[in-house]
Design a protein around this ligand. Sequence first.
Ligand SMILES: Cc1cc2nc3c(=O)[nH]c(=O)nc-3n(C[C@H](O)[C@H](O)[C@H](O)COP(=O)(O)OP(=O)(O)OC[C@H]3O[C@@H](n4cnc5c(N)ncnc54)[C@H](O)[C@@H]3O)c2cc1C
Length: 427
Amino acid sequence: MEYPIGATGPCRENVAFSGGPLRVCEDGGKGGAAMYYRLVVIGGGPAGCAAAVRAARRGATVALVARNARGGVTGGRAWDPESVAAAMPNRITVYPGTGRLWDPDRVEVVHFEGYTEELRAGNVVVATGAGSPADWRGTLHRWRYGPRRAAGKRDLPGVVLVLGGGIAACELAAGLAAAGVSVTLLAEGELLPAVDRDAAEVVGRTLRRRGVTVRPQTRVREVREGTGKVTVVTSDGTELTADRLLEAPPRRVRCGHLGLESLGVEPDERGAVPVDDRMQTAIPGVYAAGDVTGPKDRPALARAEGIVAAENALGRPCRLEPELVPYHIRVGPGAAGVGAREHELAARGVPYRVVRLALLPWGPGRRKGFLKLVSCPVSDRLYGVHAVGPKAGAWAEAAALALRTGLTSGEFLRYAGAARPEVLACQ
Ligand SMILES: Cc1cc2nc3c(=O)[nH]c(=O)nc-3n(C[C@H](O)[C@H](O)[C@H](O)COP(=O)(O)OP(=O)(O)OC[C@H]3O[C@@H](n4cnc5c(N)ncnc54)[C@H](O)[C@@H]3O)c2cc1C
């Protein structure tokens, strides 16, 4: 089906958002005909903003319905509705408010001022994140935590319990600890289960050195809220009391308010919206991306999903390859990687070989980082690359391309290693 591209309506400056001028519908929907957009994106986190930007770059007119001008839960300033609309003012129109699907091609926006407005959509991308945390957690989750934000806050609590053992939990714990908060991290399983074991060990050591108490394999049996305090009872009967309890992802998704169920989308057992590898939901023309499709620990993956959703929505078929999206942990020297992890291959009985190289020393005490190449023992084709050190992110990005193009570990080192002088020698 062909949709017109380029239709847009009269606009005025918006005052509800604090940043630069944004485009919003002139009559605020109070009586005028519904505006048509090639793509309507609901949710202004990393996934929604990435979808909006990609569609706008492809020449489509985009409405971005965003409840929060400052983006999603992590609040990255480069990727929020204010910034993306300011960067592409002729293409992206931000509707500050709450979006809901009436039909696959009709979106209702409930504005902060209370009035509602209808948008007509060529296609829709739902990117509303994992929703707000539940019940007892809700009152304890008022701030937007992030390593940099936490460090700059003045009204931080003295003692915080962080629930979760993923990337977000570690970054939050490190940020809070750096700001002087006493932090205990409670992980149900091991710390950073989806990350290379050696990298996870370095992150765990860094957290402990910064004063974070890390308690892996700890289940929460009960949470009791008292006046100004919260007590957590763990599975071994230990009681831990804190000023605040922060639930880090993965969290349960709640998407009941989006109108999807009445259109025939049944959430899965996690409450998430099921999608295929093109981010298409069960409703033709309606796509979903980011934490709403299942909570994840990585804004990069949420953004990749947003891009894939936008491309497919504009009729440019492409598939998500989540294993090619790098992880990056900004704790201590930084750890990053992409592709298969050693422990995962071992568990699956897949033969592999590992080459481990030292990276230039970093930080106090001049510790050495490392680069680990996991490859096929016969063909040497790369399965995964993991790094610890200040340039870990750059290695992981280069490795993602190497994996995509099927390079061997030797070829990878020849090209990427030549460009990056910090490789020392085999360890
Ligand atoms: C507390 C916390 C801290 C985190 N910290 C880290 C970290 O340090 N490092 C890391 O790698 N990952 C972190 N993550 C995970 C990462 O931020 C998420 O995976 C990522 O933000 C998901 O992006 P998203 O766009 O799907 O959802 P979100 O970022 O949640 O954005 C969704 C947006 O949609 C809005 N919205 C919801 N419903 C509607 C509606 N009906 N209409 C309009 N707008 C709506 C929400 O208000 C929100 O602004 C953290 C997550 C949490 C919960």
